[in-house]
Design a protein around this ligand. Sequence first.
Ligand code: FAD
Length: 536
Amino acid sequence: RDYAGAMRAAAATLAGEEAELAAAAARKGNALLEVLVAQANDEEAEDPPPSAFKEPLRAFRLALKLQPGHPEAKKGAADLDELLEHISVFEQRPKPNHKLPYDVVIVGAGAAGVGVALTLTKTFGLDPKRVVLVERGDRPGETFRRWPKEMRFISPSFNHQGWSGSFDLNSVMFGTSPAHTLGAEHPSGEDYAFYLGALAHAGDLNIMAKTEVTGVRSRTRNSGFWVDVAPRPGTEEEGAEPMEPLRARYVIWAAGEFQYPKPTDAADEMFPGEALCRHNSSVRSWKEMSGDDYVVIGGYESGMDAAFNLAACGKKCTVAASTRCWTTTTDDPSTELAPYTVQRINEALEMPTPPRLLAPLRVTKVEEAKGGAKGFLVHATWGEAEDDEGSFVSKRRVTEEEKGEDEPGEEGTEIVLRTPQPPILCTGFEGSVSLGVASALFEYGNDQACNAHAPVLTDTDQSTITPGLFLVGSLVQHGELSFCFVYKFRQRFGVVANAIAQGLGYDTRDSVQEARQIDMFMDDFTNCQGACGETC
Ligand SMILES: Cc1cc2nc3c(=O)[nH]c(=O)nc-3n(C[C@H](O)[C@H](O)[C@H](O)COP(=O)(O)OP(=O)(O)OC[C@H]3O[C@@H](n4cnc5c(N)ncnc54)[C@H](O)[C@@H]3O)c2cc1C
């Protein structure tokens, strides 16, 4: 019955065991290392193969895991590091276990494509020549180059590596930091594309640029893929032969979401007249847009970014949002406005042309103004009043005609907003999985509202209906967990790389351990919180 006593006794035994086990592992490591060092120093004998160093390395790592800072293990690991400085333990890759020219084709060289390619080649030791990234842009990071000039990363960059268990939130490879490379806490798209390009260059990645993936075909079950490719429209050389399909054992879909906004065609439109609007992903610069009075449909990060940037360049703007996202708080930092956004919206509300923030509004129709008047009418219906009425703020000085509109109207009543410019749609992205050329190779969830259209994935992020086809990046979702930000989706790179490397016959034990240590191997979601929300 003496639970506390029993616990203390058990803890003491475990502590003793751990120390003994750590000492044993360190001893084993040093013993193995001694033999290898002797062999390396013996001029008559052949040098030990790099793979022989894996066993002592494993032993030192085990000792350090059991007792971080164990002096013998630390010294042994340092000696080993010194010895291995110029030897790659991956020099002896297994021979290809298939006849296809590539091990992996990665579709898209964005944050996810570059990150997973580096994990495959640097952490898991795949041959960079056998891993090819196909990118429609001129260089890696095409999406980021298409961001509006004024847009910034909302997740902050800071180089805290070495002082905490993790690293820069926007980094796609351990040991690198956009904050350090770019000197920016909230990098612009252009800056971030530079960071990705620098990583790809330093990592010797094999990138086929200006090339569009036009089809992905699965060969007979489990024997690889044909990936159809063509020059990006507009870059074709006259008279050139069509490009041969790429043949690979595995395909990683990393084509992202930004270049695949929700379609506004009649069959699928959210409200009549949606096609009259302009999606925010087509804006290259808020400042350079003509006109000075806008209606923005949709709130959250994109809507608030539009509102801030329009206000910052002296343009008027009214946001019609379905929820009062500017006051929403949740468990998951990616489903409420980022602090950076809240800060900027507060700044915008103090500017000479502050944005009007209206919610809860459901847009029902957009039409061209009638009777010879120019511009557009946005019809919207007030929704159920939300609890936090008190925190509804909009400091814009309204004209006589608009008075009263800033206050939420009675539920079910209509409001009509006028704008000389096509309304800006900030209603999100459909994404490249369901809109891209591989859409039929995935199945889609229909069990819960929030992941109804998400691709269903295995526990290694493979398509459930096309083995060998993996998904990486912001479209990865497991149940209610959405891996929509870099700091989330990069943690799955190790899981995907491990499944592929194992399939190619690699011994991945050390690589998995390394990926785990650097926070790039998340195979347990128990510590993840938060549901998906409109921000994703
Ligand atoms: C507006 C917006 C703001 C965001 N802000 C943040 C943020 O602050 N922090 C954060 O962590 N995340 C943010 N995200 C999430 C964001 O999606 C990811 O961080 C990141 O862009 C995803 O990287 P990716 O590689 O999956 O996609 P992308 O960066 O879009 O890369 C996909 C690549 O694939 C290429 N491609 C697409 N289709 C093809 C094809 N058929 N053939 C050849 N190439 C193709 C594209 O050219 C592109 O280079 C934001 C997302 C959006 C939409």
